[in-house]
Design a protein around this ligand. Structure first.
Ligand SMILES: Nc1ncnc2c1ncn2[C@@H]1O[C@H](COP(=O)(O)OP(=O)(O)OP(=O)(O)O)[C@@H](O)[C@H]1O
Length: 474
């Protein structure tokens, strides 16, 4: 994608007055950053241009010699129904406006319309076209179950279908200029996905990342927008902000859920207007970076509490990805375990250790509150302490055992499971529950008694005693 051009598809301006075309293209570039523009001052050439160029939006005059705008509109909506048409007419007539809209025009403006309103209307049409194209691309990928650039996802180890859908979605929205919101618990790989999105966008500029949690509003503005010499005491030189550093690339704002209310207003304005002012400057600059934000917070809950702006949330969530936590994609555990063992061994300059067959079972029964980051840390710790040829389970047992003892998440998970009792059926007795739990633990532990005992929070001899009682043949 050519980064100096926006949007990704062409915008065709059609008017018999060449001077109007010139001034309109200047306005589009200056006030809307819309630069992917073709001009045509001869209505007879329009249909030929549509055959040869990838046009997504047409700004069409009505009164023209040879073929009138209204005739052209009829031809375009019939032969190219996927192209949006906005009428920009010298005539301020309700009747012709209504006719054009009925014929399929997206919007209708008169040439004297205030510039801001006109640009906003054109941007609305661009956004709609972008989303339509993304939807089509996504539908196609899901139907074919395909990825166009699978190599981009190589660093993200996964065989989960949920993650595959996330990758397909990411490929469809990566070329867009609209913001991308990545949500997911801490350690699920949000930053890795932001990197993949940047790579897929084929932008020529860099990926610039910043964690905005806890940034005071002035620091936030200075970091993003930069400042002019003399803007405040100590500002001895002009300094470019990260938005400028990320020009033609991607600006990744991590932990957006923790942004202060004052900074949320600044970010909203930036996204709405596409412009910002470096501190101390009264000359606006246009943003040329795509914005990706990530958070581990529930933004909808933060809105309800009043600590996250609703309008900002709606701006950010045009494209949204929810990464599932590791406990919901346990099929990834064996792959990740092997991946981190190899990585740790290489980094620590040791041979890749083998591990006892109980290890995957133990991991499989853990809820990983810290997700993949936690698994990675556990494996690195185990490999660094490892001496014999077989990896010791001790590191894993210490952490996993401690977490289970602390209750916390696992207690709430246990009560989630209880919620699955049929409220209208009879309640099982304690004795029945006792044996159900033991059976379930043995199933999950693949009949490994020491692991099953750990899952049940009892010692192995205690479990063995119960089993002897309930299954005297054992
Ligand atoms: N699917 C994966 N395959 C390989 N490594 C992964 C995967 N997911 C995450 N990781 C690794 O786990 C660690 C945490 O990932 P990352 O920093 O992307 O998570 P995050 O969701 O951004 O976390 P936080 O919310 O705390 O910022 C990194 O070392 C990353 O390389």
């Amino acid at each position: 994608m050519n980064q100096s051009l926006y949007p990704e598809f062409g915008v065709l301006l059609v008017d018999d007055e060449a001077s109007f075309l010139r001034s309109l293209s200047i306005t589009l570039a200056r006030s809307g950053g819309i630069t992917h523009v073709h001009r045509c001052d001869d209505s007879r050439e329009v249909m030929g241009i549509l055959q040869n160029r990838a046009i997504g939006l047409i700004l069409l005059d009505l009164t023209m010699p040879h073929i009138s705008g209204q005739e052209l509109l009829a031809m375009i909506t019939e032969q190219h129904p996927d192209i949006a048409v906005i009428i920009i007419s010298g005539l301020n007539q309700v009747e012709s406006a209504v006719q054009c809209l009925q014929q399929g025009a997206f919007d209708y403006f008169v040439k004297t319309t205030e510039e801001g309103r006109l640009i906003e209307g054109i941007k609305r049409a661009i956004r709609m076209q972008e989303m339509r194209r993304e939807n089509q691309a996504l539908g196609q990928r899901i139907l074919n179950n395909s990825l166009e650039s699978p190599e981009v996802f190589d660093p993200i180890i996964s065989r989960s279908n949920q993650m595959r859908s996330v990758f397909q979605y990411l490929e469809s929205v990566a070329p867009s200029n609209q913001p991308l919101l990545i949500c997911g618990e801490s350690g699920t790989g949000k930053e890795l996905l932001a990197k993949a999105a940047h790579q897929l966008s084929n932008r020529t500029g860099p990926l610039v990342s910043v964690n905005v949690a806890g940034l005071d509003d002035n620091v936030f503005a200075d970091t993003l927008f930069g400042h002019q010499r003399g803007a405040f005491t100590g500002a001895e030189r002009n300094r470019a902000g990260l938005i400028e550093e990320a020009a033609d690339g991607t600006l990744f704002l991590d932990e957006i859920g923790d942004l202060s209310m004052a900074s949320q207003v600044k970010l909203l304005r930036l996204l709405q207007e596409g412009e910002y002012y470096p501190l101390g400057s009264d000359r606006p600059k246009r943003i040329r970076a795509r914005i990706i934000v990530a958070t581990h917070q529930e933004l909808q809950q933060r809105q309800a509490e009043g600590s996250f702006r609703r309008d900002l949330y709606y701006r950010l969530c045009t494209h949204q990805i929810q990464i599932p936590p590791l406990r919901q994609r346990k099929e990834d555990l064996p792959l990740l375990l092997d991946h981190f063992l190899a990585q740790a061994a290489a980094e620590l300059d040791k041979p890749v250790p083998a591990y006892p067959p109980e290890l995957p079972l133990l991991l499989n029964n853990y809820h990983f509150p810290g997700n993949i980051r936690e698994l990675r840390a556990l494996v690195f710790d185990a490999v660094s302490r490892h001496r014999s040829h077989l990896l010791s389970m001790e590191v894993f047992r210490q952490v996993i055992g401690k977490n289970e003892e602390d209750g916390g998440e696992s207690l709430s998970q246990a009560s989630d499971s209880l919620a699955s009792f049929n409220p209208e059926g009879p309640l099982p007795t304690l004795a029945q529950m006792d044996s159900l739990l033991v059976e379930e633990a043995l199933r999950r532990a693949d009949n490994n008694q020491s692991l099953a005992a750990r899952l049940l929070g009892i010692s192995q001899p205690a479990l063995s005693k119960r089993l002897k009682k309930s299954r005297p043949d054992n």
